[in-house]
Design a protein around this ligand. Structure first.
Ligand SMILES: *Cc1c(COP(=O)(O)O)cnc(C)c1O
Length: 362
């Protein structure tokens, strides 16, 4: 038998989640975000599924878009950070990409351009995230200059990004929306990320931009009814490869950070930080063994973890283990490691073989 650690990718779940996003924002077009290798799920395989469901795709940069075009993806693709230098515009034009304009430089490069075909642009405005985007006071001027550009196609979509939409009681989101809604009346617009799609219906506007939720995870700080039907796309799974009994006072793993308080049964699982499981995961982090919740016991190693399975039925060498995914939300594991599911997914290393479950025929 080969090493049992695998990342299963359920593309049927992906399709289901995209349909749920559509159902929650039925009047809006859907820009499916597949940046960072589709949050670690494989940009090409994800884009092939979403291409037929979404109205457009989004990535961070030209290189990510090139990968999709080279794989034959034909859907419109928005570059969320736009281009980083003027020379990239020729490739963006050739590949039919949509551009973000988020600063004066990017606009000036466009003004100097005589592209083969006019480029579609999205104008990004800062409403409080203070990371990217022009000031609200410059919206009118940028829009007018974009309209006057020979190289820019018709309607420019105005968009902004939320800083705290996962938190329903944070007033920043309502403030951002209020400022955004007052800008350039009548222009097509977009504000909603996954949290916006799930929990802020007034943010849906003309385009929604779901990312994280497409992969079956909720960005919300607290459980939310609209997120309960999401299905995780990635399940990181493995198996028990060793079992032992330890006596009270025995320490387990590097540094002996976990010490048995009672006679305990320890299962060793073939998955470690080399497989994307976070080394920072604390003692007690939940792990599913044979579908039952057990607790991480001892430090995460590169290739293995140790789990306290005392009192669990039917655990033996070869028993199935789920590190996250079906039955155990990646965000619950992430919280025990002081991070978020976004990070765990996007930094998945190539080591665990990807086992793809094909989508059922649409
Ligand atoms: C990443 C990103 C999104 C998607 O955010 P999620 O929280 O993953 O849904 C939407 N819009 C912009 C501008 C982004 O950078």
């Amino acid at each position: 038998m080969s090493r049992p650690c695998q990342a299963r990718l359920d593309l049927d779940a992906l399709r289901h989640n995209a349909a749920l996003a559509r159902q929650l924002a039925p009047a809006a077009k859907q820009l499916a975000v597949v940046k960072a290798d589709a949050y670690g799920h494989g940009a090409v395989r994800v884009a092939r599924v979403l291409e037929s469901q979404a109205d457009a795709l989004a990535v961070a940069c030209l290189e990510e878009a090139v990968e999709l075009r080279e794989a034959g993806i034909q859907a419109p693709i928005l570059l969320l950070e736009g281009v980083f230098e003027a020379v990239e515009l020729a490739a963006a034009d050739r590949l039919g990409l949509w551009l973000t304009v988020a600063n004066e430089e990017q606009l000036a490069w466009l003004e100097a351009l005589r592209p083969a075909a006019p480029l579609h642009c999205w104008l990004k405005v800062n409403t409080g995230m203070n990371r990217l985007g022009i000031a609200a006071t410059h919206c009118q001027e940028f829009q007018a200059r974009l309209r006057a550009c020979a190289g820019v196609a018709g309607d420019v979509v105005l968009y902004t990004h939320f800083a705290s939409a996962e938190d329903l009681v944070n007033r920043a989101t309502a403030r951002q929306l209020e400022e955004f809604d007052a800008l350039l009346p009548g222009v097509p617009r977009s504000a909603a990320n996954s949290a916006g799609v799930l929990a802020w219906p007034h943010s849906h506007h003309d385009w929604v931009r779901p990312g994280y939720m497409l992969y079956g995870n909720s960005p919300m700080a607290l459980p939310h009814a609209n997120a309960s039907a999401l299905r995780p796309v990635m399940t990181l799974r493995s198996a028990v490869i060793s079992l032992r009994e330890v006596a009270p006072g025995d320490a387990v793993g590097y540094g002996g950070t976990w010490v048995a308080r009672r006679a305990s049964r320890i299962a060793t699982v073939a998955a470690g930080y080399g497989d994307g499981y976070p080394r920072q995961a604390a003692n007690g982090t939940p792990v599913l063994v044979n579908g039952q919740r057990a607790a991480l016991a001892g430090r995460v190693s590169m290739d293995m973890i140790t789990v306290d399975v005392t009192g669990l039925e039917g655990v033996r060498s070869g028993s199935e283990v789920v590190l996250w995914g079906e039955g155990l939300a990646v965000d619950e594991v992430a919280r025990c490691a002081g991070t978020t599911g976004y990070e765990l997914l996007t930094r998945m290393p190539p080591r665990p073989p990807r086992v793809v479950i094909a989508p059922r025929a649409a």
